[in-house]
Design a protein around this ligand. Structure first.
Ligand code: MN
Length: 259
């Protein structure tokens, strides 16, 4: 029997969940793969997106055969080999998602997406498909934050995909020079814009969720309330700054002339 559960390369599920008139996320319909070209044989693109939606999680993505295989890691990757981090396999994402950072105003995944890490990954096995099928993929990461040897192992879980395969995996750091007693969730900022969630929201529209927030209660809700407040303040400060900037420029010009 040919199983395709763990290696389906269709973006149908991804596209069915989203309304591309309402989300800034890439549709996956364009053929551009420029952003992901690693230029190194045997090295593939990988990224991690920190995503504050109804719950905070980290989306771990490995490029394979034209799509990004994706796992949602609630606690985020840990550099400590003693931490086995639950990673729920989710739908494959388009390659151009790998550069995405921004605000999803409504619908599926509504919230803030931060590009938390990116770089290259290389398999420590000969056959990636066979490893995925087996549920044991060993690989090396060369990211900004995550480096060295890792493994994704499938476990028995209560949620399964359309083929009846468990969606539950564990993401574990192997013991090497890049391991340590470090909770990588403390490495908070974006490797694209270098800001935090509130900076990403401030660059967009902090008032986007005046009604109907993506996370109402709990830890994610509290986090979101704080981020919205901070973002609104930052946006206001920026607007004040840009209003006075032309005047300051004119003054500087005058000064320059006098000198
Ligand atoms: Mn997500």
């Amino acid at each position: 029997m040919v199983r395709s559960s763990t290696t389906s390369r269709s973006l149908k599920e991804y596209q069915a969940k989203r309304d591309f008139k309402k989300t800034p996320e890439p549709s996956g319909k364009s053929k551009s793969k420029k952003a992901l070209a690693t230029g190194k044989p045997g090295k593939h693109f990988f990224c991690v997106q920190k995503h504050l939606a109804s719950h905070l999680h980290y989306d771990f993505r490995l490029e394979h055969k034209g799509v990004l295989l994706s796992w949602a890691v609630p606690k985020g990757p840990s550099l400590d080999p003693a931490d086995k981090r639950l990673a729920m396999r989710v739908e494959d994402h388009p390659l151009d998602y790998g550069d995405f950072e921004g605000v999803i105003p409504e619908g599926y995944g509504a919230g803030i997406v931060m590009l938390w890490d990116r770089g290259t990954w290389s398999p420590e096995v000969d056959d990636i498909d066979a490893a995925l099928e087996k549920g044991d993929l060993k690989f090396t990461l060369e990211g900004v934050k995550l480096k060295g040897s890792w493994v994704l192992v499938r476990t028995r879980g209560w949620k399964s995909d359309s083929q009846g395969e468990s969606r539950s995996w564990l993401l574990i750091k192997h013991r090497d020079g890049w391991a340590g007693k470090v909770n990588s969730a403390k490495m908070e900022k974006s490797i694209k814009s270098f800001g935090d969630f509130d900076d990403i929201l401030a660059a967009d529209n902090p008032a986007v969720w005046q009604s109907n927030r993506p996370a109402e209660g709990g830890a994610a809700g509290e986090m979101l309330t704080e981020i919205i407040e901070k973002a609104a303040k930052k946006k206001l400060a920026k607007q004040r700054h840009s209003r006075t900037a032309p005047q300051r420029k004119a003054k500087a010009k005058l000064k320059g002339k006098r000198a």
